[in-house]
Design a binder for this molecule. Structure first.
Ligand code: 6PG
Length: 245
């Protein structure tokens, strides 16, 4: 169930986006010289957020050490990067193309593999190399500095859909979703719940009246098994919401 103190509700989408942007900036201002690991979701909500992130007027982001940021994805549709439904393509167009993040630090989920299952296995290997230095004996899951999430009207997060096997995966870091069961009904690749729950900081942006019923269930029903209700990151969690259209 979503704890009340993790919810930050706003009267307008603009105010919600601005607050989410402030939290993102704070999470990416990691002192020192180490890499900063970021995992991006897709869908349409991030577009306005990406515009804020890259906009010069937002002094919040001018000093983010982008050259230290490593970008991964929370999930991906199994389509080429130039496909309109590609989460990587969306981020490249609206965000990455205007930030000084070295190309070699950007790790899209590989959608050119023979199958989504193979792509998930390969991306898990990629993350294994990326997080190899994370000497965290307590658990073997990667700990992203910041995970950006959305939520669907059915309460899904990432590509973890209600009642689908991927939601129950507790060993692998990355898995495939052959049949999402909602539009776009394209096979997906997704980080698993244990990985999402190991993040240092998570910002979930949920806007629009259609999402309110699922969010309300996840927020108030202790027995809810919606993915949003099962999300419980060890680190800081902020649900940034606005349910007015
Ligand atoms: C995806 C996303 C997904 C998204 C929600 C909300 O690949 O679709 O990662 O989890 O965050 O579906 O999508 P909207 O922002 O389009 O409402």
């Amino acid at each position: 169930m979503i704890p009340r103190d993790t919810v930050h509700d706003f009267p307008s989408a603009e105010a919600a986006y601005a607050h989410a942007a402030e939290r993102i900036a704070a999470a990416l201002h990691v002192p020192g010289s180490r890499r900063i690991t970021l995992a991006l979701s897709g869908g349409r909500s991030p577009i306005k957020l990406f515009e804020l992130l890259r906009s010069d007027s937002q002094s919040l982001f001018k000093n983010i050490p982008w050259e230290r940021v490593v970008v991964c994805w929370v999930d991906e549709r199994f389509v080429p990067p130039d496909h309109p439904e590609s989460n990587f393509g969306l981020a490249r167009k609206w965000l990455l193309s205007s930030l000084p993040i070295p190309e070699e630090q950007i790790f899209p989920m590989p959608t050119d593999r023979p199958s989504p299952e193979q792509a998930a296995q390969d991306y898990e290997q990629t993350l294994g190399r990326l997080f190899a230095s994370q000497n965290d004996p307590i658990n073997s899951f990667p700990r992203f500095d910041l995970v950006l999430l959305g939520m669907g009207p059915d309460g899904h997060v990432a590509s973890l859909f209600p009642g689908k096997p991927a939601l129950d995966e507790r060993e692998h870091w990355v898995t495939d979703v052959p049949e999402p069961g909602m539009e776009p009904n394209i096979p997906r690749i997704t980080l698993t719940l244990p990985v999402l729950n190991h993040a240092r900081s998570t910002v979930a942006l949920v806007t629009g009246s259609k999402k309110q019923p699922a969010f309300q269930e996840a927020r108030t029903d202790p027995r809810s098994t919606l993915p949003a209700a099962l999300l419980a990151p060890q680190g800081s969690m902020a649900w940034v919401t606005c349910f007015s259209d």
